[in-house]
Design a protein around this ligand. Structure first.
Ligand code: ADP
Ligand code: MG
Length: 560
């Protein structure tokens, strides 16, 4: 049977695409600027092999100009331009990418910086424009052509006039509708912020005429005049592409601040440039202070994700494990498989590799901080230690090995935070367990009758004041073969002079008193028993089974 070709209703397809693949209208500018940058890159790559061409960096740029009265936004580039055929093929055929073809043809050379690949980005212009006009003059071509379209209705191509090589895209910005404000795409401040957000690290200057009000000369600052000057909006060279040695702590702090990662000063930064199985660059920060919403549902973890210097995602959650959710920063990689809208990733294998790599880097950074910068580490631990303990406890404890060496608890002996390793190293030979006592505060735990026997033995006790502590210890079970033991538990593993009364002698002698006490506390306690554990205190509460009094309090306070 003869095979038939699929037919597509191109008008409908275009409409569907324009309105469904992008979640935000503002990205049209990112797409057009990316195309302009690709077009300049193409000249750059050509110049590498063509002696007649000289790539003089200063004459290549992208210019953005808004004309409010005429409602036009014009994006001009000095790139390679398009011939009549190219206008036809690249802008007339949806999902045709001249840039992708170029990349394939030039695979041998380093064509990696080219951004385009899907052949749809250009059409995003129709999200904000009624009419799109493209005037282009290709390199090595005498004529210029004009391509024009109102979207779904098709397009026209006719000869046009243009002196210099390159492309000019004129958008006739839509009128405001009930649901949408389009005027904003003619506002200088808005355009500037979109450029900064998505295209700050495009390698060619993105220029715009910027109007400022300057005090008029001789008016003593009373009168102002408008001064318009051309400014370059983007920073071009991203800080993460720079060499670590060229950068100061202040540079990293400024980036943290500029990016609004936090209001504090970062405690520590990490600049990664990985060139192994997975190639990426990253700048990560460990903040100093806990963000106000950190331990709430509102807090969103994630790192900024760039592909070739173009922002793809604001908060890529998959790049960080929950227990390191406090880390801020960005990742840039060339090897990502993006989906068509470039807002999401297609295959996450690459991303998983990056995420794993990042996790290990953060961990070793924390470890070396603990080892070499104890004070800083404790400061970090005060802000985010709770999250590490949550990490031990959650997901059925699969991360406990990863995290146990980063934990710290307050020590009865040292009167400061110690690691589990320090605790275990300091244990006398006759001590079998890692003892802990849970309570609201160090002061209150200190006064607990149950701590006396253990402390009298000269054994160190870890004070658990965080509601997650005991849960984490239960999941850990042991550290270096030493089991965790609550000072309130029945068998403390301390010689026969402690623990509950095994012979029952005391029990019998005071039977009536105990019965009377039990009646009095009916419903509140299960039994009243004699204990040898008490020294200077007459009585203490103790629990049977796995759940301690402190854990019960937490469980009861949890929303069910
Ligand atoms: P993509 O960038 O993914 O290839 P687009 O829809 O954004 O897809 O663009 C389609 C094609 O049109 C590009 O691949 C390129 O060949 C061509 N093109 C778009 N804008 C320009 C421009 N400013 N200069 C030269 N060619 C361009
Ligand atoms: Mg594109």
């Amino acid at each position: 049977m003869a095979k038939k070709q699929f037919k597509a209703e191109s008008k409908r397809l275009l409409e569907m695409m324009i309105n469904s693949i992008y979640t935000q209208k503002e990205i049209f500018l990112r797409e057009l600027i990316s195309n302009a940058s690709d077009a300049i890159d193409k000249i750059y790559y050509k110049a590498l092999t063509d002696d007649r061409l000289v790539f003089d960096k200063d004459s290549y740029y992208i210019k953005i100009a808004a004309d409010k009265p005429n409602r036009t936004l014009t994006i001009t580039d000095t790139g390679i331009g398009m011939t009549k055929e190219e206008l036809e093929n690249n802008l007339g055929v949806i999902a045709q990418s001249g840039s992708f073809a170029f990349k394939r043809e030039n695979e041998a050379k380093d064509g990696h910086n080219i951004i385009g690949q899907f052949g749809v980005g250009f059409y995003s212009a129709f999200m904000v424009a009624d009419t799109v006009t493209v005037i282009s003059k290709a390199l090595d071509s005498e004529e210029a052509y004009k391509w024009e379209s109102k979207g779904a209705d098709g397009y026209t191509i006719e000869p046009s006039a243009k002196d210099s090589v390159g492309t000019q895209i004129i958008l006739k910005i839509k009128n405001n509708s009930e649901d949408n404000n389009y005027d904003e795409y003619l506002e200088e401040y808005r355009l500037r912020s979109i450029i900064k957000k998505y295209s700050d690290f495009i390698r060619y200057p993105i220029k715009m005429d910027v109007t400022t009000h300057m005090p008029k000369e001789g008016s003593d600052g009373k009168e102002f005049e408008e001064v318009t000057e051309e400014q370059t909006i983007n920073s071009m060279v991203p800080i993460w592409r720079k060499n670590k040695n060229e950068l100061t702590t202040e540079d990293y702090e400024r980036f943290y601040f500029d990016k609004h990662y936090g209001f504090d000063k970062p405690l520590k930064h990490l600049h990664i440039s990985a060139d192994g199985a997975v190639v990426y660059r990253a700048i990560l920060y460990i903040p100093e202070k806990t963000p106000f919403d950190y331990y709430t549902k509102e807090y969103e973890k994630g790192l900024e994700l760039y592909s070739n210097g173009v922002l793809i995602m604001n908060k890529c959650a998959d790049l960080l494990p929950d227990y390191f959710s406090f880390v801020k920063g960005m990742v840039d990689s060339e090897d990502l498989s993006l989906n068509i809208s470039r807002e999401m990733l297609q295959h996450d294998r690459q991303l998983q590799l990056i995420a794993k790599n990042i996790k290990n880097k953060i961990k070793s950074q924390l470890q070396s901080m603990l080892k070499d910068e104890r004070e800083k580490y404790e400061q970090f631990y005060k802000s985010f230690g709770r999250q590490l303990k949550f990490g031990v406890y959650s997901d059925y404890g699969i991360n406990k090995d990863e995290l146990q060496d980063l934990l710290m608890f307050y020590s009865s002996k040292e009167k400061k935070l110690v690691t589990l390793d320090e605790y275990v190293s300091g244990m006398p030979e006759n001590q079998k367990y890692i003892y802990y006592a849970a309570g609201d505060s160090y002061d209150r735990i200190e006064k607990l009758p149950q701590t006396e026997v253990v402390a009298d033995k000269g054994f160190e006790i870890l004070y658990f004041t965080d509601d997650i502590d005991e849960f984490a210890a239960k999941v850990l079970m042991k550290y270096k073969d030493k089991e965790f033991k609550s000072v309130s538990s029945g068998d403390l593993g301390i010689d026969s002079d402690a623990g509950d009364d095994p012979s029952g002698k005391e029990e019998n002698a005071n039977k009536e008193l105990f019965e009377a006490m039990k009646d009095l506390l009916a419903g509140k306690v299960k039994a009243v028993k004699a204990s040898k554990r008490l020294k200077s205190h007459p009585v203490c509460l103790s629990t049977e089974g796995e759940i301690s009094i402190e854990m019960e309090k937490v469980l009861r306070a949890m929303p069910s």
